[in-house]
Design a protein around this ligand. Structure first.
Ligand code: 3PG
Ligand code: MG
Length: 403
């Protein structure tokens, strides 16, 4: 991996290692409802433990806004982490100061302690040097295994990498390897499938992708804005009419750069977004005035199958329709399964991530069949936008001397 060091480059035996992970996991009634992020950090935690490090786990949880909020304690997550690790772990009620020091002091080599939510301190999100100094004083080495937090320049994601010898954890490494394979040095042709509700949230991303991929497939609510920009009526559909000019600029830029933008040929419409609502398929230029577009149609889904069959690499972000409300999941499910089948036959490298995407692929039953599914939401989007992620950049910065 270019530019920074990994766990292959350090001897952690007997060292106290601060490991930033992302335990910002979905919870309901005190239980973790999706353990993808937990399962992805196990290789790093097991490796550090096996090699005899004292493992000090740091994470945020939710957005407590710089003060302790009991509902945002990481304590319930500690139980889930211990189960996943297959060994008991300690928990400390603070991520700095005496409470943290004492808990770390009790660790044996190989032992693991999870510290309380880093965002309980206002300095965390401000990347405050004083808090950074306090946190850095707890350990000898910093390992960042939280790609999904790398778009945040916070103490535990950024500042620590300048104060301690810093290394990428295994999860960070794997995320970056796959993202590089998908966009930095991909096998061509490359398609980006970009769905989701609004063009306004994906303008930068589309601008960046135009220069990098051969085809951009647009679906979801944002396709409506493009259809409208091309002079089509979209009835009651979600549509950002004020962005019609911007959408036309994007379409023009795409032509200039030799990137084809693919919009749905046909769409599924209904009077309301409701499970089982009566719906019909119409050509994209014949959306009735009293109806809304809620999915791509079967002709569009079949065409996307052909497009993907001609590509070697796919980056997928966002659903193609209102997939949480059947029958408007059909387009997303069909195309996701096509991508999974092409991946299984070795013809396509498929990388997905961001927001609703994992949920959509799970719904289609193919999340395990993609080449790689990122655990990142916002960080995946910023990466697609071509932005430098502070958490990654800090790992590549000149390092303090080894402890
Ligand atoms: C995420 O869930 O996207 C990460 O954990 C980052 O959380 P944040 O958006 O609250 O910074
Ligand atoms: Mg987020």
């Amino acid at each position: 991996m270019a530019g920074f060091r990994t766990l292959d480059d350090v001897n952690v035996a007997g060292k106290t290692v601060l490991v930033r992970v992302d335990l910002n996991v979905p919870m309901k009634d005190g239980r973790v409802t999706d353990d993808l992020r937990i399962s992805r950090i196990l290789p790093t935690l097991h490796e550090l433990s096996r090699k005899g490090a004292r493992v000090v786990v740091l994470s945020h949880f939710g957005r407590p806004d710089g003060k302790p909020v009991p509902e945002m304690s990481l304590k319930p997550v500690a139980a889930a982490l211990a189960t996943a690790l297959g060994s008991s772990i300690a928990f400390a009620d603070d991520c700095v100061g005496d409470v943290a020091k004492q808990a770390i002091g009790k660790l044996k080599p190989g032992g693991v302690v999870l510290l309380e939510n880093t965002r309980f301190h206002a300095g965390e999100e401000k990347n405050d040097p004083a808090l950074a100094k306090q946190m850095a004083a707890l350990g000898d080495i910093f390992v960042n295994d939280a790609f999904s937090c790398a778009h945040r320049a916070h103490v535990s994601t950024e500042a620590l990498a300048h104060l301690l010898p810093a290394y990428a954890g295994r999860n960070m490494e794997v995320e970056l390897q796959h993202l590089e394979a998908a966009l930095i040095a991909p096998e061509k042709p490359v398609a980006a499938l970009i769905g989701g509700a609004k063009v306004s949230t994906k303008l930068e991303l589309l601008g960046n992708l135009l220069g990098k991929v051969d085809k951009i497939i647009i679906g979801g609510g944002m396709a409506n804005t493009f259809l409208f920009a091309q002079g089509r009526e979209v009835g009651k559909s979600l549509c950002e009419k004020n962005l019609a000019d911007t959408a036309r600029d994007i379409l023009r830029d795409a032509v200039a750069r030799g990137c084809s933008i693919i919009l749905p040929d046909d769409v599924v419409v209904a009077r309301e977004l409701k499970a089982g609502a009566p719906s019909k398929v119409v050509p994209a230029e014949r959306v009735p005035a009293d109806q809304m577009i809620l999915d791509i149609g079967p002709v569009a889904a079949a065409r996307l199958g052909t497009v993907l069959a001609d590509c070697k690499t796919l980056v997928w972000n966002g659903p193609l329709g209102a997939f949480e409300t059947p029958p408007f999941d059909a387009g997303t499910v069909t195309v996701a399964r096509t991508a999974a089948a092409l991946t299984a036959s070795g013809r396509l490298l498929s990388v997905a991530g961001g927001g609703d995407t994992v949920a959509a692929l799970r719904h289609a039953g193919v999340a395990e069949e993609f080449s790689y599914v990122s655990t990142a939401g916002g960080a995946f989007l910023e990466w697609l936008e071509g932005k430098a992620l502070p958490g990654v950049a800090a790992l590549a910065a000149p390092q303090p001397a080894a402890a």
